[in-house]
Design a protein around this ligand. Structure first.
Ligand SMILES: Nc1ncnc2c1ncn2[C@@H]1O[C@H](COP(=O)(O)OP(=O)(O)O)[C@@H](O)[C@H]1O
Ligand SMILES: Nc1ccn([C@H]2C[C@H](O)[C@@H](COP(=O)(O)OP(=O)(O)O)O2)c(=O)n1
Length: 240
């Protein structure tokens, strides 16, 4: 297992991990952050929280006048716990609710709006920059939110593999669905995330691409930690 001691150097301490749904971003980001003693932030949870607020208020996503109200609410009350990965809005734990497939879909629809993206940008930067080192995952971390990050990863996996991972995850949490439905959902979301006009999912020019289809989460995390050492972001005191 990876467990080096690290000395931190004076650099922007942000590692970005972008990629499509189910490529393993948040799992790997968590492992890397734990090894570095940094925080881990999954920015999709912020888009998902906005989607949940729209859904619960019965307001159509086309009614963007309400977006401002919801975003102010998120700015004041949103909280992500790095160690547990739990997400709160005020005192309410919404970690499981925001994982529902209909929330994923609504989040990716809202994420197409330039206004939404611009308003959520400072929230994402603030969460990270108030801390001493962060591993962040999302769709535009390396291209838009942290263009100066010293290490950027673009993580992919085949559609089949991503769908199978999601199916397993949903089955484990007791949600009934089938592989066809998940494949449809992943295709639709990929299509929206890749082809939207504003901040589409794409690797930053200086990103390193990794394919997790045939690699375990530990193997991918280990590679990222090795890149962090190569980039002088951290100093490894032992072998990986
Ligand atoms: N390399 C991997 N091999 C197998 N399963 C993985 C791997 N990485 C992540 N997973 C599993 O796949 C599912 C989706 O991973 P997740 O990190 O949530 O992806 P993302 O954040 O990119 O949507 C989770 O159940 C996770 O445990
Ligand atoms: N930085 C981000 C993060 C998420 N989004 C949008 C697009 C995604 O389809 C949804 C949900 O993202 P999330 O990372 O939680 O989704 P997955 O865990 O990869 O399935 O939010 C985004 O546009 N930009």
């Amino acid at each position: 297992m990876i467990n080096p001691d690290f000395n931190l150097q004076e650099k922007l301490k942000v590692i970005t991990i972008d990629g499509p749904a189910g490529s393993g971003k948040s799992t790997v980001a968590k492992i890397v952050a734990q090894n570095l003693g940094w925080i881990y932030v999954t920015t999709g949870a912020i888009y998902r929280t906005l989607a949940l607020l729209f859904h619960e208020s019965n307001i159509k996503v086309t009614d963007l006048e309400n977006t401002e109200r919801f975003i102010s609410f998120i700015t004041e009350r949103y909280r992500q716990e790095s160690n547990s990965g739990q997400v709160f809005i005020g005192e309410r734990d919404i970690t499981n609710e925001i994982k529902a497939p209909f929330v994923s879909e609504l989040a990716s629809i809202l994420a197409q709006e330039d206004f939404v993206r611009k308003r959520l940008l400072p929230i994402q930067r603030k969460v990270v920059l108030n801390n001493n080192g962060a591993v962040v995952d999302g769709r535009d971390m390396g291209t838009v939110v942290f263009p100066d990050a010293p290490l950027k990863i673009f993580l992919t996996a085949s559609v089949k593999e991503r769908a199978e991972r999601r199916l397993k995850e949903l089955n484990q949490s007791g949600q009934k669905t089938d592989i066809k439905e998940i494949l449809r959902e992943i295709h639709e979301r990929d299509e929206r995330d890749l082809n939207r006009t504003f901040s589409p999912l794409k690797p930053a020019l200086d990103a390193i691409s990794l394919d997790s289809t045939k690699s375990s989460q530990e193997e991918i995390a280990k590679k990222i930690l090795q890149f962090a050492v190569q980039k002088d972001l951290v100093i490894s005191q032992s072998e990986f």
